[in-house]
Design a protein around this ligand. Sequence first.
Ligand code: ATP
Length: 464
Amino acid sequence: MSNKTEQNDLMEKIVSLCKRRGFVFPSSEIYGGLANTWDFGPMGVLLKNNFKELWWKIFVQEREDMVGLESSIIMNPRVWEASGHVSEFADMLIDCKKCKNRFRADHLVEDATGIDIEGKSPEEAAKVIEKNKVKCPACGKIDWTKARNFNLLFKTYIGAIEDEKAIAYLRGETAQGMFVDFKEILNSSRQKIPFGIAQVGKSFRNEVTPGNFIFRTREFEIAELEYFMSPKADWRKIFDSWLKVMQRLANEIGLNEKDIHFHDIPKEKRAHYSKKTVDVEYNYPFGQSELWGLAYRTDYDLKKHQEYSGKDLSYTDPKTNEKYIPHVVEPSMGVERSLLAILCAAYTEEKIEKETRIVMKFPKNLAPIKIAVFPLLKNKPELVEKAHDIFDSLKLSYVCEFDDNGNIGKRYRRQDEIGTPYCVTVDFDSVKDDAVTVRNRDTMEQKRVKIAGLEAFFSKNFGK
Ligand code: ATP
């Protein structure tokens, strides 16, 4: 992308396509929506599931040293006290007294001055704002409230009485489930250290400034894993090997290598539990931003949970009898941020004569619909029947869509915009020669294929 306007345009085009074709739209819109909350429509849910399935295949299924978990969203509130989230999981915010707009103090200062204040106290932040005469980006005035820390955990109450004792939290990350269930999984599975526990699920953060479509929301899914290892293990080697797996995922979801950056996070900007963090950043249309993270969490979490729960969370090596609290490396990947990167990478405009063709060039395994089946005309029963027979047989192996609406050009355009790799059209010749036209999404090449040979054709082209 060459300039900012083009980048904004691209973002608008993607948001509009997502709504038009049922990938993502604003939530509860009949009530005016709720800012920064989004629903995944028929195409979005398929794309999301395909991403999660691929993630699970790469990070769990293909390995001998990984097991899965689905832990609760609402856990004992002590979990979040032990993990440090109740005291540490905060962003600093500040309000403009004149126009009442609210900002994340670190973003405000960085945008205005280029100074990075992450990790600084509210008092230190206030000094930087005063010294640099930072203006309100909304109204241009300098009249700030005090900067203050704001905890990101969503609170709720369990049961009928809303008092202090009933407070619980919606999980801010899935990771804590893996830590608190560590012993349970060790005792019930055949795993020995080193091994990992993976989970994909909803997380909630009361973000101060959500935005950029599905990039930063208050409710989102994380796909992450905790890889448990001996304190004597070569953690750098394990860290690097997970980074490679993340690179492989980036490649398989169609992200261009030149759009991916690895950012080694300096100590003062790392989360409270991390000894090393590498952020995988992506060139989104609104700028280079964090896509995924990889952190070395040491034995911080298990130690804390051992301390707070009073339960022994150590591991005894069956060979050496050595007893220790395992250390942990954690690859952590936001599902919606991944989808946004996938959507940006797939979005393609092609000039064809006087028209512009919009096509989502998803990798085939991510495409929501794999094959669309059309009768050329919907008022010709012999074509409709044949097309239905083909749909009924292909749908057993592939997610297919049957469409007999509108002219064929419009139907192709819709399938291009939802990224369907192949369209099968039953035409008048099909009745005579038992063959159909198969159109390729990317090349638009049309090929005649015998109906009896369709299964073999697709199994070859989908690599089944
Ligand atoms: P950021 O600095 O952008 O707030 P983070 O470093 O706090 O993110 P982590 O705690 O490492 O994020 O969360 C793991 C992953 O979850 C991130 O790499 C990102 O993909 C995703 N993620 C985090 N916060 C959000 C959010 N508010 N909305 C959507 N995805 C998110």
